[in-house]
Design a binder for this molecule. Structure first.
Ligand code: SAH
Length: 375
């Protein structure tokens, strides 16, 4: 099922405050800088109360509210279209103020828990061969407000409030936009802000080692997921060009530092590609690579992205790979992605920004979804 609404926002006046912290608010609105509690009050309205209308901020003086409304705004990204999966997953295409768009996914888990998968960039520059987002190229980084705004817009649409989980596993490489991702993270994790606990927020990287090292030193910090996807440098460099810059030894060393600096286990994602990275030798090499590292491995059967170059292994082979890891002390589970039928699963997010086309209109890459070879 798919629905589209035209997005024709009125001409906007003033700076959008969404994404600013208290200092940023005070800088953008000097009338809130003194007394200092005024910028903190606006911060709480904007994030904890999810308020976008200055007029309703009842503990600010009326004259101040009117002045703010005259020259500033609080605006969330608009939903341009939505696709709904048979499994309850919703993929939303969100319109940004400059005409760019990103996808964000609402994923209800069988446990009842909700996960929001957010984007950190418009497109992606990393060129991983198995990922559809790579095919659209890179347009730009998202701002902190555009990331916080994805969460707030999806909360509103789904009548959701914390506790829920957030994963930065949508479009883009979060560690190439780390300052903005961390600014968004601080607002999302702040009990005075959006109030999603830090331990419920995960940042996923293709393996940007300096970013992992910087993240390791931050407090509070999100959980780390690393897209490993291969057990040898040769295979990994072939699939993920970033491995040529930061090969496996450096990547796993940085992950060890990250794990040592906190209590949470590092998650390794492993997109399983039939005949490419799914052998028992791969399992053995993974065990060696991940030895003495507090971690868990999520085996993700490859999701189709169009013009299939890869296939997923049959379920029996996936289970063999999983058992091979577990037998040697590496916790591993098979994660069947949700929302495959609507192109909302891992690696499937895409938007035809270059062609100026949206969901389901204009030129599109080969169709995805349905059954897969190997299913
Ligand atoms: N750039 C970040 C986050 C986006 S990708 C990263 O690489 O981690 C989110 C996850 O989807 C990654 O683990 C990636 O390896 C996985 N993925 C990409 N393409 C996939 C596909 N076709 N099938 C299954 N998982 C895929």
């Amino acid at each position: 099922m798919s629905s589209s609404i035209p997005v024709c926002a009125p001409p906007e006046v003033g700076r959008n405050l969404l994404g600013l912290d208290c200092d940023g608010i005070a800088r953008s609105a000097p009338e809130l800088a003194r007394p200092a509690f005024r910028s903190a009050a606006l911060y709480r309205w904007m994030y904890r109360r999810r308020e976008t209308d200055f007029a309703r901020m009842s503990d600010l003086p009326a004259a101040l509210r009117a002045r703010l409304a005259g020259r500033l705004r609080i605006a969330w990204p608009e939903i341009a279209s939505t696709a709904v999966s048979a499994d309850g997953t919703h993929k939303h295409l969100l319109a940004l103020e400059d005409g760019e768009r990103v996808e964000a996914v609402y994923i209800p888990q069988p446990s009842g828990r909700i996960t929001l998968c957010l984007s950190s960039q418009v497109g992606c520059a990393l060129g991983c061969r198995f990922c559809r987002t790579a095919q659209m190229g890179f347009s730009r980084d998202l701002t902190p407000g555009e990331m916080v705004g994805q969460a707030l817009r999806l909360e509103e649409r789904h009548r959701l409030r914390p506790p829920y989980n957030i994963v930065f596993m949508g479009m883009g490489e979060p560690l190439l936009n780390l300052d903005s991702v961390m600014a968004a993270f601080r607002i999302l994790a702040d009990p005075q802000g959006v109030g999603v606990a830090a331990r419920r927020i995960t940042v996923s990287t293709a393996g940007h080692v300096p970013g992992i090292r910087r993240l390791a030193e931050m407090h509070p910090r999100p959980r780390l997921a690393v897209s490993l996807n291969s057990s040898t440098d040769r295979a990994r460099s072939d699939l993920m060009p970033i491995n040529r810059r930061w090969p496996l030894a450096e990547l796993t060393a940085a992950c060890r530092e990250f794990a040592a600096a906190g209590r949470e286990r590092v998650t390794f994602e492993y997109v399983v590609l039939r005949g490419v990275n799914d052998s028992s030798a791969d399992a053995r090499r993974l065990v060696t690579l991940l030895s003495r590292l507090r971690c868990k491995v999520n085996l993700i059967p490859y999701n189709p992205i169009g013009g299939e170059e890869f296939r997923r292994p049959p379920a029996g082979e996936l289970e063999k790979l999983r058992r091979g890891l577990v037998a040697h002390g590496v916790p591993a589970s098979v994660r069947w992605s949700k929302g495959v039928d609507i192109g909302a699963a891992c690696g499937q997010l895409w938007w035809a920004s270059r062609q100026g086309a949206g969901h389901g209109s204009g030129p599109a890459p080969p169709a995805i979804g349905g059954t897969m070879p190997g299913d």
